[in-house]
Design a protein around this ligand. Structure first.
Ligand code: ZN
Length: 92
């Protein structure tokens, strides 16, 4: 009669199958989240290369800004020491 007890657990695999189905459904959003993370990891190398270029960077000057010929810093036009000379007040 004990074998009947062993047979009983054998019915559980059916439940496990259903659990696997549930897990499979639960894994769907998980894998989707992983898919989102993977592209980010691939983007990092490229982003680092872009950062290296941006570290050295030519700061885009605005029309109202100028780059000092002495300290090479970009200042607002109001910081220009003399009109026609790209020298800031600090360097003048
Ligand atoms: Zn300067």
């Amino acid at each position: 009669m004990a074998t009947a007890d062993y047979d009983a657990p054998r019915t559980q695999p059916d439940e496990q199958d259903s659990l696997e189905d549930l897990r499979a459904r639960r894994e769907t959003p998980d894998t989707a989240a992983v898919d989102v993370e993977e592209p980010e990891s691939f983007e990092l190398p490229g982003a680092e290369q872009l950062d290296e270029e941006l570290v050295v960077p030519v700061v885009p000057m605005r029309a109202d800004e100028f780059r000092c010929s002495q300290c090479f810093l970009v200042h607002h036009h109001s910081q220009r020491a003399e009109p026609g000379h790209d020298v800031c007040r600090d360097c003048a």
